[in-house]
Design a protein around this ligand. Structure first.
Ligand code: NAD
Ligand code: DAU
Length: 351
């Protein structure tokens, strides 16, 4: 594999995947294709932007003509597709945008792959990065999602991701595209946009603002260190057979309220506050509509077949995450002020 287009590389997980591939594989050319929506921030890639094997291309996967042209000029050998609208709450207020990017955008990429790779499916690869939310919700304390769990999405976000997964499988089965899919649990770590639970809570605790906990905080998520996800993508990209699906998860289930209490303890210590001070900010608010009760991933297939396991204990990962946010105040203030967006839009408008 020589030239890889990574879509959504300016986002949270995408930037970790780009960084990993640029640094680990100097012999590869990495093209980061990103629209730079509110969630895309090239500050996330400052440490690799000058690398000889890295390039950024600003573009929209919903624009079929642009995607076709990009494949024609670049002739990539692989796509690792992460670009998406990714926030469940936004999907509830604006579902159509999720259909456009997550469904149509994926189909546009598949069409370009079908057209430009038809004579070399055996030498190309389409890697689709998906989510555990396609499987729906589990009851408390019983069962885990396996690769055989039937799809049962509930939110517009998870419905759009499920749809994109179906298209990727259909293009593999119908046209013979070499496609692989992974479905991962909740990620956490550096460069996570502060609309999601963990970075939002860190930001609010630091600024003495209420921490909004939906419902009673009873919902359970399975948290995985983002760099472990990037490593899993690397392993699957290089080793999986065409047509395979792998679940990726942390074996690390937390009720939201327990996670927030742990975060409050860590923040009290790091900020030199009295024990219990930050927890006073916990504020129970109206529940998310259609809120999935519990997610838990069985990642045994990935462990048994490809040898991947999570590397980091959650408490250690959470400490590292808090440290990153506290020592990268410039990143957080750029993001919360929205300044990064105006800056990069202006840079690209000039070209
Ligand atoms: P994110 O929202 O942080 O980043 C998404 C990126 O995609 C941004 O850089 C954005 O600019 C770009 N993008 C959005 N629309 C685009 C378009 N039309 N054309 C080109 N680029 C566009 O998302 P994330 O949390 O890093 O998630 C990345 C992928 O991983 C998504 O596909 C998501 O479904 C999946 N995933 C996320 C998690 C998680 O916990 N965050 C877990 C499992 C799977
Ligand atoms: O499971 C993988 C998914 O994890 C990814 O596919 C999504 O892209 C990613 O956003 C994430 O979805 P969640 O909805 O689980 O993540 P979020 O951080 O939005 O919420 C985590 C839990 O915390 C969830 O139960 C809702 C709750 N929550 C969230 C926010 C933003 C709160 O209680 N308060 C909040 O303010």
């Amino acid at each position: 594999m020589k030239k890889i287009i990574i879509t959504g590389g300016a986002g949270f997980i995408g930037s970790h995947v780009v960084r990993r591939f640029v640094k680990t594989y100097p012999e590869y050319q990495i093209i980061n294709l990103d629209k730079l929506t509110y969630a895309g921030n090239l500050m996330n890639l400052k440490d690799v932007e000058q690398a000889a094997n890295y390039r950024f291309v600003k573009g929209d996967i919903v624009d079929a003509a642009f995607i076709d042209e990009l494949f024609a000029t670049e002739q990539p050998d692989a796509v690792i597709h992460l670009a998406a609208e990714s926030h469940v709450d936004r999907s509830i207020s604006n579902p159509t945008e999720f259909v456009m990017t997550n469904v149509l955008g994926t189909v546009n990429l598949l069409n370009a792959a079908r057209k430009h790779w038809a004579d070399r499916y055996d030498k190309t690869r389409f890697y689709h990065v998906s989510t555990d939310e396609v499987y729906g919700a589990l009851a408390m304390g019983s069962g885990m999602f396996t690769e055989e769990t039937p799809y049962d999405p509930h939110s517009p976000y998870s419905a759009s991701k499920a749809s994109s997964d179906h298209f990727v499988r259909a293009y593999h089965d119908t046209y013979g595209i070499d496609a692989v899919i992974s479905n991962c649990s909740n990620n956490y770590g550096s460069h996570h946009f502060p609309e999601k639970l963990i970075p939002l809570a860190i930001h609010n605790i630091k600024n003495n603002k209420p921490i909004p906990v939906y419902g009673k905080g009873e919902n359970v998520r399975d948290w995985l260190w983002v760099e472990d996800h990037a490593r899993a993508i690397d392993v699957i990209f290089h080793q999986a057979k065409a047509g395979e699906t792998y679940n990726i998860g942390g074996h690390n289930e937390w009720k939201n309220i327990d996670l927030i209490r742990l975060l409050c303890q860590i923040m009290d210590r790091k900020l030199g506050r009295a024990e219990g001070e930050s927890a006073k900010l916990i504020s129970f608010v109206t529940d998310r509509a259609g809120h999935d009760l519990r997610y838990a991933i069985d990642a045994a297939k990935l462990k048994n077949e490809l040898g991947w396991e999570p590397s980091l204990q959650f408490e250690e990962g959470l400490e590292k995450t808090v440290d990153w946010y506290l020592s990268n105040e410039d990143w957080l203030s750029e993001v919360t002020s929205g300044h990064y967006q105006a800056y990069y839009q202006e840079q690209y408008a000039k070209r």
